[in-house]
Design a protein around this ligand. Structure first.
Ligand code: MEV
Length: 365
């Protein structure tokens, strides 16, 4: 059996503005999705017959990584609430990409990967088995899996599900873990990972080594239980900017606040970080992205937090509070009717948790 998992994510600064190329920051959270794969007589998912319409993310990955492969029984579990802005779909896509890649091993030629994607062999991930010939196949289970490749596959699948408009923030954070910063330029004081481009927008993707001061604080995530699809919220902003182009200034201001947040985070200045989060929220609220349920959880969390804001697409979904007293903050949010999750800042990225009997399929045989 092959089993892989990936964390969810929480955006600290810059949601929505990132779609227009402004900087944004997300961290991986302790909550994860786990996907397991086993050979089977027929395609099954959680014990039921596989329905590709019900599982578009898994279907899109099956087409890319398992075309003509034998049927699998897939099991999905996890503690990330769906459709809440915490990256449940990106996390699932990353874990499924990692699990399928591990299940089929990888073709290796002259010490280089002959299929898939690496930084040295840019972006032929969609080309399938590539140029390797028989004896080049290496059954190397977990070692055949690469974070960059899982991130790019998950981004492709997310973009497809979000009607073409998706930044790589969720997919990269769920794959690499830790803290990911997107920007319109390469930031010299951050670790640059790669560039991504979609529909004319280009993002430079970086990782940040988190200072140890951040270990003193927690994220308390409060869910309103109100479902607001990301695609609708993203279209709402697009329409507003089309009708009132001058409001692009507010999107740019989010970028300025996000930059302040990035330096606070890198300096381990929790107070300044919290302040930037609350400021970021005010701009999102002015853009019409909050709702009464979010505002009520924010008011409840504010007294015991360093900063609090909506996180993700808004209109419902979740808030995130930065706090040194997670118990008090969590109780206050629950009293106001929210459901809470507590996470450390910057959990670990995707992992292969079992590669027993690998490969499940050798595509060259
Ligand atoms: C959704 O988690 C974040 C948005 O900025 C959309 C995106 O980045 O694709 C609203």
């Amino acid at each position: 059996m092959v089993q892989a998992s990936a964390p969810g994510k929480c955006i600290l600064f810059g949601e929505h503005a990132v779609v227009y190329g402004q900087p944004a920051v997300a961290v991986a959270i302790d909550q994860r999705m786990t996907v397991s794969f086993q050979l089977s007589e027929e395609w099954r998912i959680d014990g039921m017959k596989f329905n590709n319409k019900k599982h578009p993310h898994v279907e899109a990955l099956r087409e890319r990584l398992w075309e003509n492969g034998p049927p699998l029984s897939i099991k999905i579990s996890g503690d990330i609430p769906p459709a809440s802005g915490l990256g449940s779909s990106a996390s699932l896509s990353v874990a499924a990409a990692a699990g399928l890649r591990c299940s089929r091993g990888r073709n290796i030629l002259d010490d280089d990967w002959a299929e898939g994607w690496t930084a040295s062999r840019p972006n032929d991930v969609y080309n399938g088995p590539g140029t390797a010939t028989k004896g080049d196949y290496v059954e190397n289970g977990a070692q055949s899996v690469d974070e960059d490749e899982c991130a790019i596959l998950a981004h492709a699948v997310e973009a497809f599900a979000q009607g073409g408009k998706a930044s790589p923030l969720d997919s990269s954070t769920c794959s690499h873990g830790g803290c990911i910063v997107l920007s319109d330029k390469v930031e010299s004081d951050l670790v640059w990972l790669y560039s991504r481009e979609l529909n004319g927008v280009r993002w430079e993707v970086h990782s940040v080594t988190l200072p140890k001061e951040l270990e003193e604080a927690y994220l308390v995530i409060g869910s309103t239980g109100v479902h607001a699809p990301t695609s609708i919220q993203v279209s709402k902003v697009a329409k507003m900017l089309e009708d009132s182009p001058e409001r692009m200034a507010e999107i740019e201001t989010i970028g300025i606040v996000a930059r302040r947040g990035i330096s606070a985070l890198m300096n381990g200045d929790l107070d300044a970080m919290g302040k930037a989060m609350s400021e970021n929220h005010l701009i999102l609220r002015n853009l019409g992205l909050s709702c009464p349920e979010l505002e009520s959880l924010i008011s409840a969390a504010a007294p015991s937090s360093l900063g609090v804001k909506l996180t993700g697409a808004g209109g419902g979904g979740c808030i995130v509070a930065l706090t040194k007293d997670p118990k008090t903050t969590s109780e206050a949010i629950e009293l106001a009717g929210g459901r809470t999750l507590i996470s450390s800042i910057g959990a670990s990225g995707m992992s292969i948790d079992s590669d027993e009997n690998c490969p499940l399929w050798n595509p060259l045989k």
